[in-house]
Design a protein around this ligand. Structure first.
Ligand code: FAD
Length: 427
């Protein structure tokens, strides 16, 4: 190893924009990315190690995001939000993911609640009565977020086939006077015990209910019958605190319905990008692992001895390989972000699955290459790379679009057009 004098600030590696320098950003996008970058570098990154070590929820980061207006990023402008579109949100989320994966991933659960009820709901077919009641309900939810900094989560996983979209949710909502009685159990509920409202996906309790009868309700965490259970000591994404939630005869007022009955199923069919908001976090982690590697090999990681490693051809080859993967990932990330719309074509749907898969898998692969090429000291717990490596492994496990399910669907949908099948009918 050769030692070098302290590099001057001017010649230090400058981590690029998550959106790539070539992308024309709108004023709103540039503004939000600047806010996310400032908070991420100065507040979230310094706290990320402790949050990971203790597996605790990043409350301080949420206070900062509320103060900076990020909790209302996808709240429509007429309700006091930024009114960010899909592309604007995912770029901002990726920027946060560079600095603290758990903060970006949990923010996604919150923001999705506002996105699904916001511009996605605007694109869905509703009767005038449904539209009117939706406006009334969402005004209340947005007021809580904008004025009080309330946080929403999105527990839909149950440990069965429902979260993969293959069966109705087992959590049931029975209609009663003025609302619903909810019973059921959710697993892996990020923000358990931390969110103010759990945005629970459940099934309207009626004979012959199908996936079309899915309901989306905001459940106040303090309601009688709501309990958090289970340990939380996972491999990665430890700050998400994704424990279990139990709902036992919980009365949920009708006004807490986040979407009109039947609307979640319509959204899932017509706005598939709604499920692709988990991958931006991992785009951010991929960029962060690359940034770390360049800084490490250039001897620019704060607190590390000034030992350069960049002059070895094997290191240069490894970084080149990482850069190729990173640029492939960014390109497909940005393309997918711009393609988001209601009723996308088959090509856009397939491209979306390919993008989601690529981002999740490449993030982990870029982290793997980073650890291998930086070497032993780089994976000590005093440095962030080993956390990125662990966090990055969690992406492609997340339903409904795990890496396996993306490949499953892609393989089938590439070879079959709607209505085509080869299997004989089963009697
Ligand atoms: C850090 C983290 C945070 C999370 N936060 C949330 C959250 O906030 N809300 C939430 O609802 N969930 C959350 N989840 C849960 C996540 O989305 C999955 O539901 C969970 O990881 C599934 O775990 P499982 O072992 O039950 O998977 P299983 O359902 O047992 O699936 C295991 C694997 O089998 C494959 N598989 C599953 N079903 C099928 C099928 N029908 N056909 C073919 N293959 C299939 C998939 O590839 C899957 O990876 C989180 C998970 C993690 C890791």
């Amino acid at each position: 190893m050769s030692t070098a004098p302290e590099a001057s600030t001017a010649s230090r590696y400058q981590p690029p924009s998550i959106a790539g320098d070539y992308t024309a950003l709108t004023d709103k996008q540039a503004q939000l990315l600047a806010i996310a970058s400032d908070l991420g570098r100065n507040k979230f990154a310094p706290r990320a190690g402790q949050i990971d070590r203790d597996a605790v929820f990043p409350f301080e980061n949420y206070a900062d995001m509320h103060a900076a207006g990020l909790l209302r990023i996808c709240v429509p402008e007429q309700y006091g939000g930024w009114g960010a579109d899909f592309a604007t949100y995912v770029m901002t989320a990726a920027e946060i993911g560079r600095h603290c994966g758990a903060t970006a991933l949990t923010l996604n659960m919150h923001v999705s609640s506002t996105m699904w009820t916001g511009f996605i709901a605007d694109d869905l077919d509703m009767t005038p009565e449904q539209r009117a009641s939706h406006e009334q309900h969402r005004a209340m939810h947005y007021k809580r977020i904008v004025e009080e900094g309330k946080v929403y989560s999105q527990p839909f996983s149950e440990g069965g086939a429902a979260a993969a979209g293959k069966a109705p949710f087992g959590t049931l909502a029975r209609k009663v006077d003025g609302g619903y009685i909810v019973n059921g159990r959710k697993i892996f509920a990020s923000l358990a015990g931390a969110a103010d409202y759990y945005g629970v996906l459940c099934t309207l309790d009626k004979p012959g209910a199908t996936q079309r009868d899915a309901l989306y309700l905001a459940v106040d965490r303090n309601l009688p019958g709501v309990t958090v259970s289970g340990d939380w000591d996972p491999l990665g994404m430890r700050g998400t605190v994704s424990r279990n939630l139990l709902f036992e005869d919980v009365f949920v007022p009708e006004a807490e319905r986040l979407m009109p009955e039947g609307m979640y199923a319509q959204a899932a069919l017509r706005w598939p990008h709604m499920f692709a908001t988990l991958s931006p976090t991992y785009m951010g982690i991929a960029q962060a692992a690359y940034d770390f590697t360049v800084q490490y090999l250039r001897a620019e990681v704060p607190g590390m001895p000034p030992v350069k490693r960049r002059m070895y051809p094997t290191k240069q080859i490894a970084v080149a390989e990482m850069k190729v993967k990173l640029e492939q990932t960014r390109a497909i990330f940005l393309q997918n972000a711009r393609a988001a719309r209601v009723d996308p074509s088959k090509e856009i749907r397939l491209g979306l699955l390919a993008a989601h898969y690529t981002i999740m898998e490449n993030a982990n692969d870029i982290c793997r290459l980073a650890v291998r090429t930086c070497g032993g000291q780089s994976m000590l717990k005093t440095l962030p790379l080993e956390r990125m490596y662990r966090d990055s492994r969690c992406g492609s496990l997340m339903l409904p679009w795990t890496a396996e399910l993306c490949i499953d669907r892609l393989g089938r949908e590439c070879l079959y057009e709607a209505g085509e099948r080869d299997e004989p009918d089963v009697l």
